[in-house]
Design a protein around this ligand. Structure first.
Ligand code: FAD
Ligand code: COA
Length: 400
């Protein structure tokens, strides 16, 4: 067991209490209505769980990634959408702005998050998913403005988030490319930012996944949070910060799987077949044992990755990827086995396990797929750059 401090245990207990009462009670409705749970945002805000990682100078609590993980884990056991809100108000876009932004940018982002906004991070495009550096959204410098054109896809919170951190290829006045940079824009304030449509998702239905278009969207140079600094340096800053979000995503998957496991464990002691509780069958016992092992290992990897950050820095790239690959794949297996233990009852939409199986499925995809993250791990352990582009691949001719 990871040794948590008294303060961390107290934080965890507070998060558990909130999660297991009001948050849990709303989870099925959030899924059914597909409505963003603004009431849970208020609850997180009142409890001081929004913007915990924001430095005190900017109104936050200056807490670390592990604290954000502890709160996220509890929320996700009860309601995965609320768990994701906990991640994205403490990690990801907000952490990137707090690390790389100007004083004014940090003030703006901190205020918005502490008031209840979940910032959106806009990287993925229809033509650039895993190959994010192939993005084509462009920001052209025109006098004292950048003019941004392009579109982003699968943006979590699109339509509910106000603050957007948008990545684009930056071009100077002469049309020369400077690399990828990150800009801030605010929905309903920055003209030209348009929510185009919402994806009908399999799970996590209470939080929208949207397509966003930028049509001659003009922002001042002061909106540039992460300057390109050479073709990929601005992008490397983004990915460095993004390691925190990968740990957060892994934590949501863990929490969902823990919730499903607990329900299955309880049920296996109650359900009787052949005149005995089903937990007396070795087939069920071994399932439960495997599930508990996967959960314990996932939690250890996540806590380790969350604790790997240097002071004021981000979780280690390889540890974050290891935690996300293992946890996301394990959590899908655990949730599925939980459903299996319920038999037919697990297949009913009246059972929270059915929702958990749907909700957990996305974590091997969003935030870097399990395949891409294995490449990140391999690059780290081999200490090699592993470009995935076609250059260097030579197709053998039929005669060879
Ligand atoms: P593709 O890149 O098209 O990949 C298709 C398949 O090919 C995958 O299995 C992939 O692993 C595999 N593949 C691709 N390249 C390689 C390779 N080199 N080696 C081995 N296999 C490979 N994006 C944002 O910017 N902001 C968000 O807020 C956001 N939220 C998301 C929320 C959800 C619920 C989901 C599902 C996605 C979200 N995304 C977001 C997008 C997400 O980051 C991308 O889906 C992800 O990076 C993969 O891109 P893709 O879906 O285009 O898959
Ligand atoms: N942490 C820190 N730095 C990272 C990083 C990470 N997780 N991933 C990449 N970088 C750095 C690289 O070290 C490199 O910096 P360098 O040029 O100083 O060495 C720079 O970012 C570019 O990375 P590289 O691997 O050369 O980019 P690529 O063009 O081959 O693209 C990625 C590969 C990074 C896009 C791919 O590995 C990836 O992560 N895809 C998933 C995208 C994703 O998670 N989207 C989520 C959207 S919400």
């Amino acid at each position: 067991m990871f040794a948590l401090t008294q303060e961390q245990l107290a934080l965890q207990a507070r998060a558990r209490e909130l999660a297991q009462s009001d948050v849990k009670a709303r989870a099925a409705e959030v899924d059914r209505t597909e409505q963003y749970p603004w009431d849970n945002v208020e609850r997180l805000k009142e409890a001081g769980f929004l913007g915990m990682t924001i430095p005190r100078d900017y109104g936050g609590q200056g807490l670390g990634w592990l604290e954000a993980v502890l709160v996220t884990e509890q929320m996700s056991q009860a309601c995965s959408v609320t768990g994701r809100i906990a991640v994205e108000t403490n990690m990801g876009a907000i952490s990137a702005v707090m690390a790389y932004g100007s004083h004014e940018q940090k003030q703006l982002a901190a205020r918005m998050v502490l008031e209840g906004d979940k910032p959106a991070i806009c990287i993925t495009e229809p033509g650039a998913g895993s190959s994010a550096t192939e993005m084509t959204t462009r920001a052209d410098k025109r006098g004292n403005r950048y003019v941004i054109n392009g579109s982003k896809h699968w943006i979590t919170g699109g339509g509910v988030s106000r603050l957007h951190l948008i990545f684009a290829r930056v071009y100077d006045e002469k049309g020369e490319e400077e690399g990828i940079g990150g800009f801030l824009a605010i929905r309903d304030e920055t003209e030209g930012l348009k929510i185009v449509g919402r994806e009908p998702t399999m799970g996590l239905r209470g939080i929208p996944e949207a397509e966003i278009a930028f049509e001659d969207m003009e922002v001042p140079p002061s909106a540039l949070v992460m300057p390109p600094r050479g073709l990929k340096k601005g992008f490397a800053d983004l990915m460095n910060a993004y390691n925190s979000q990968r740990v957060g995503a892994a934590t949501v998957a863990l929490g969902i799987a823990q919730g499903a496991y607990q329900l299955a464990l309880d049920w296996s002691g109650k359900r009787e077949q052949f005149g005995r509780p089903i937990d007396e069958f070795q087939g069920i016992q071994w399932k439960l044992a495997d599930m508990s092992i996967k959960l314990a290992a996932s939690q250890a990897l996540i806590y380790k990755a969350a604790s790997s950050a240097p002071a004021g820095g981000f979780p280690d790239m390889v540890m974050a990827a290891q935690a996300k690959v293992f946890t996301s794949e394990s959590a899908i297996e655990v949730a599925n086995q939980a459903l299996q233990i319920f038999g037919a009852r697990g297949y009913s939409r009246n059972n929270p396990v059915e929702r958990m199986v749907r909700d957990v499925r996305m974590f091997t995809i969003g935030g870097g797929t399990a395949e891409i993250l294995r490449t990140v791990v391999a690059g780290g352990i081999l200490n090699k750059k592993l470009p995935q582009t076609r250059d260097g691949y030579v197709k053998r001719s039929a005669a060879e």
